[in-house]
Design a protein around this ligand. Structure first.
Ligand code: FES
Length: 327
């Protein structure tokens, strides 16, 4: 069996300084450095791992990723938005139900797999709690004087997230959309007039991002997305076994069809940092020296996949019979 998740860098000690509602089932969590001072710098689009100790102290901690939604210029605190997902894997429920103001919590250093560039025309499309990485991007776009618009979609008014933050933005640039009042957001209509100078940034539920990706295939505009969970794998037939050469460790290992590459590497004593193990956080990104990866993650862009120089070993595999990794 694969062991506990491991983190890329030594965790930071934080303390919860505020917890407040930010919409139905949405919590705004404010963290400050437990020993004072300031947190590491971050850029819009970054997320941090929260390292959550469950009720069973003997079990490995839960590690969950949440986007930073505050002001990158204020490093005395990190702000996060957390939707309580009762059907999820338990992390958000634990945060909502068990954490309290004053609690100490370990967090990872910020990582960014959703980088933002404040240039050209910008369209931000947020589905529910997907607003969190968008808020710092919007503020950055405002500072840079970009032409931007933000659409925030939710099931109903109660589920609209972070309204108090949205109300501070120029109203003429923000559109709130409630599915129960106006039907499902018409993405094709919304994007029909956008041209080559438009970049669409989006985060939200999988079906919304899937629809945007389909629309983007022949569109002149650019699309940048971040997923909460891995995209469904394309139907590539059943998995096959393959061999992996670990150049720096000097090992050659067999990855059976029913095991992940990450599991096999860790079982062989090769240290690989990991967190989500679902192909969404980017922690386990590993350099590929030879061979062709079969990408199953939601982190790399289409161009990065085509380059084939990096892969997420928690979910991705080999397209052929052999991979060589810089590990
Ligand atoms: S551990 Fe998160 S992408 Fe692999």
């Amino acid at each position: 069996m694969d062991g506990a998740p491991s983190l890329a860098a030594r965790p930071l000690a934080a303390r919860i300084s505020a917890m407040e509602p930010a919409g139905e089932a949405i919590l705004r969590l404010v963290l400050e450095p437990a020993e004072g001072g300031s947190f590491p710098a971050w850029q819009p689009g970054a997320h941090v791992d929260l390292i959550l100790q469950g009720a069973d102290q003997g079990r490995a901690p839960l590690i969950r990723q949440y986007s930073l939604c505050g002001d990158p210029a204020d490093l005395t605190q990190y702000r996060l938005g957390i939707l309580r997902d009762a059907a999820g894997r338990g992390g958000s429920v634990l945060i909502h139900d068990r954490l309290m103001i004053g609690d100490r919590i370990a967090i990872g250093t910020p990582r960014n797999h959703f980088p933002f560039r404040a240039e050209g025309r910008l369209l931000f499309i947020a589905g529910g709690i997907g607003i969190t990485p968008m808020l710092p991007m919007v503020r950055e776009a405002m500072r840079a004087g970009c032409d931007w618009h933000l659409i925030v979609a939710a099931r109903n008014r109660a589920r609209l997230p972070f309204l108090s933050d949205l109300e501070t933005l120029p109203a003429e640039r923000v559109r709130l959309h409630c599915d129960e009042e106006a039907g499902i957001l018409d993405l094709a209509g919304l994007l029909a007039a956008e041209g080559r100078d438009t970049t669409v940034y989006s985060c939200g539920p999988g079906p919304m991002l899937d629809a945007l990706q389909k629309l983007s295939v022949d569109a002149p505009w650019q699309l940048r997305i971040e997923r909460f969970a891995a995209a469904p794998a394309a139907d590539e037939g059943g998995d096959h076994g393959f061999e992996v050469i670990c150049r720096r460790s000097g090992k050659r290992l067999r990855v059976p069809a029913d095991r992940s590459l990450l599991e096999v590497l860790r079982e062989a004593g090769i240290r690989v940092e990991s967190s989500c193990r679902d192909g969404v956080c980017g922690t386990c990104e590993t350099r590929v020296l030879s061979g062709t990866p079969c990408h199953r993650d939601s982190v790399l862009t289409a161009a990065e996949r085509d380059e084939g120089t990096h892969m997420m070993v928690c979910v991705s595999r080999a397209a052929g019979d052999l991979l060589e990794l810089d590990i």
